[in-house]
Design a protein around this ligand. Structure first.
Ligand SMILES: O=P(O)(O)OC[C@H]1O[C@H](OP(=O)(O)OP(=O)(O)O)[C@H](O)[C@@H]1O
Ligand SMILES: NC(=O)CC[C@H](N)C(=O)O
Ligand code: SF4
Ligand SMILES: [Mg+2]
Length: 435
């Protein structure tokens, strides 16, 4: 439990040996935030050890759970990720001649459960990387190159000392790896000591469209990560520009709610010609508020997290940008802080549309009721949080910002996005949930 650095201290790292490994930082979506649900899940099968780590959430976890239990397998948690692990261990109905056919088992699992995941599966001597057929969760490949290779040498020309696969590319450079490409929707990639290869690509059912989570661009991903050939930061900047065009304000300065709101605030400032000034000092030892597992922890997080830079804000009419309003825990206390510090007007501009529908695919917003956008329209919300005005980016504006500079050339297919939490249009249809 806790931050990666709490767990992997020097001593713990020294104990790790071997030439392959997987890891997972868990943001709980389908079972409690407790150590028992932490990943990777490791099981010992008749064919040796198998470990899996999963980013996402299985939409049909309930029916899959029933299937696994009916086959006589006991489960020790309520995690959907344990379910993936056990599904892969089940002996298939088809005959396996020379030991287990892991790609066939993975393919079978993907057909039974097409949403939503990036998975890494580790065996004794190989790792499989799997992205769901809708491409809802991100997954990309990096190449570990010798430290003395010049940055100008193209990644395809540099020798490989190893390979990495990850939901986000932001960690690659810090371990001496270079970004290679995204894993395609439905692709199964195999990594061994001989290198990396595509084993198969599993199609989506009924010609459904690719549905990459648009909220990765809005909030989830770190801003130096790359998706679809563009940096997340640049998309957020573009969202801010679009927001300035859609909802201008007469004001003295533009500022942001750090961290994820900052790129959009710079975009808003550039487009509007208003001066950007920081007004909040963020406590660097407090992590992200939204991903805390309970509302109490989320609310406490906000109080601990920010202080006002009063000399920047006193006497100013302020446009304050955040990337999103979800449950509405963050913005109210911040407005109060800034008014106490002397702001004369506070206009809230949000660089995404209101979240109105639950997500069943990896973001922990399971009910409509908890989403403040369903309880208040922008005017009511402005009054509720003490803002002079409040406006959101439009869905079209967000989609335009995402599409403006993406590089989809040479890709198997054009991108498409999941916007279900904004529009109610779920990529696989409204899921048949039992929770
Ligand atoms: O309306 P709410 O339910 O309060 O959630 C929205 C807020 O939560 C997120 O910030 P968070 O502190 O999690 O992360 P950040 O530091 O990356 O912005 C997001 O950037 C908003 O600021
Ligand atoms: N965000 C995640 O990676 C969550 C994975 C999985 N659904 C869990 O709750 O453990
Ligand atoms: S519903 Fe929203 S958060 Fe969930 S996958 Fe779709 S875009 Fe992402
Ligand atoms: Mg934030």
């Amino acid at each position: 439990m806790g931050m990666v650095s709490n767990i992997f201290n020097d001593e713990a790292i020294k104990k790790l040996s071997g030439n392959l490994g997987i890891g997972h930082t868990r943001y709980s979506t389908s079972a409690a935030s407790e150590a028992v649900n932490s990943q990777p899940f490791v099981v010992h099968t008749a064919h040796g050890a198998l470990a899996t780590a999963h980013n996402g959430e299985l939409v049909n976890a309930a029916s899959l759970r029933r299937q696994v239990l009916e086959r006589g397998v006991g489960l020790s948690t309520h995690s959907d990720s344990e379910l993936i692990t056990q599904s892969l261990c089940l002996n298939p109905n088809t005959c396996e001649r020379d030991g287990p056919d892991w790609p066939a088992r993975i393919r079978h699992f993907m057909t039974e459960a097409p949403l939503s995941y990036s998975i890494v599966i580790m065996l004794k001597d190989k790792i499989y990387g799997v992205r769901d057929p809708y491409g809802n969760r991100p997954l990309c490949i990096g190449k570990i190159v010798p430290v003395d290779v010049d940055r100008k040498v193209k990644v395809e020309d540099a020798p490989a000392e190893g390979w990495v696969i990850s939901s986000e590319s932001c960690g690659f450079l810090s371990i001496g790896a270079r970004y290679v490409r995204e894993v395609e929707p439905g692709e199964i990639v195999e990594m061994t000591r001989n290198g990396i290869r595509t084993v198969d690509i599993v199609n989506r059912p009924d010609q459904k469209k690719m549905s990459f989570c648009i909220f990765e661009y809005v909030y989830f991903a770190r801003s130096d990560s790359l998706f679809e050939g563009q940096m997340v930061y640049s998309v957020r900047l573009q969202c801010g520009r679009q927001l300035a065009r859609e909802s201008p304000v007469t004001a003295d300065i533009v500022s942001s709610v750090p961290e994820s709101g900052t790129a959009a605030a710079h975009g808003y400032a550039r487009e509007s010609g208003l001066h950007f000034a920081e007004v909040l000092c963020k406590n660097r030892y407090v992590g992200r508020t939204f991903i805390q597992p309970s509302n109490r922890l989320r609310q406490l997080g906000v109080a601990k997290k920010f202080g006002a830079l009063s000399e920047n804000v006193a006497g100013k009419r302020l446009v304050l940008i955040d990337d999103s309003i979800v449950r509405g825990n963050t913005i109210g206390p911040i407005i109060k802080l800034l008014r106490d510090a002397g702001a004369t007007e506070v206009h809230i501009r949000i660089a995404s549309p209101p979240l109105l529908y639950p997500c069943y695919m990896g973001i922990n917003i399971p009910t409509r009721e908890e989403l403040i956008g369903n309880r208040m329209n922008p005017e009511e919300l402005a009054r509720h949080v003490g803002a002079d005005s409040l406006a959101y980016l439009s869905v079209e504006g967000l989609e335009e910002a995402v599409k403006l500079n993406r590089q989809t050339k040479g890709k198997r297919e054009q991108s498409g996005y999941c916007t279900a939490c904004l529009t109610g249009e779920y990529p696989g249809g409204v899921p048949d949930l039992e929770w």
